[in-house]
Design a protein around this ligand. Sequence first.
Ligand code: P6P
Length: 305
Amino acid sequence: MTFGEYLQRQGVEANLRDVLKTVAAIFPKIAEAMRGGLEGAAGSKNVFGEGQLKLDVFSNDLFTEALTRHPYVAMVASEELDESMNGPAGDEGYSLAYDPLDGSSLVDVNLAVGTIVGVYKGKGFVGRKGSDQAAAIIAVYGPRLTFMVTVGHGVTEFIYDWGKKDFVVNHEDVKVGESKKMFAPGNLRACSDPQVKWYVDLMHFWLTNEYTLRYSGGMVPDVNQILKKGGGVFTYPGYSEMPDGKLRLIYECAPMAFLMEQAGGVAFSAGGPILDMTVEKIDQRTPIFIGSKKEVELVQSYFKK
Ligand code: P6P
């Protein structure tokens, strides 16, 4: 089954099908650019002050060019753009928030990276919640080119067939169990912050209770691993220097949370479910604890001590 056939079977309306197929068609172009060796700094910075790589700019340009001209796109917001941009559509269209190439610095050391996309019906992001998303997709550029997608009826993984030059279903009904002893601990520098001592205690629990460490520094492959392996937990807390952590709500955490909840997992911030958080500004950051229900509850039990 192709992606288009899947979307049709899922009852996705024609305009959204068209938008999602446009997004998926970009993934192999990014994969080819990576294999082609497009590397090095672009000499620019994004709105977060992070140096942009040529691949960051190239990937972002692909999305922006394809989507800001798309008849059913009302607005786009990219982690690599200073401001959101309008598309041709009005409220009858869709707004897309994306991180075109999350963890791009990992490409130069030949580790997997990814794209994250959250799709909202209507125009705009501020005032919305992650639970308003109509779709979420994460593409993983690793030994294989795959993506996980949800349109609100569970999660399905697709894999790119380079011969057919098309995506086909690889894993239907992706599910995350209630618990699994696998942890992906981000922001370990927080362990040296006296205000975040709970993180050291949690780390000690994991390390003395036979948990398996799986952390690559790329949120997309790390969370994709939890989805594919059926469980585990990814954490990225805040600390004194960055109380809200590093990861962005609309570009990274909300799409990931939608996918994880649709697969039977959970995603929390410090104050509650990620999907219940109201977007106050498009560059809003949030701590995130995402994965198996009982594993996230364990994190919360330490966080709340
Ligand atoms: P740290 C990559 O830059 C990223 O945005 C996520 O993909 C990843 O989980 C996180 O930052 C890694 O952050 O602090 O471990 O380098």
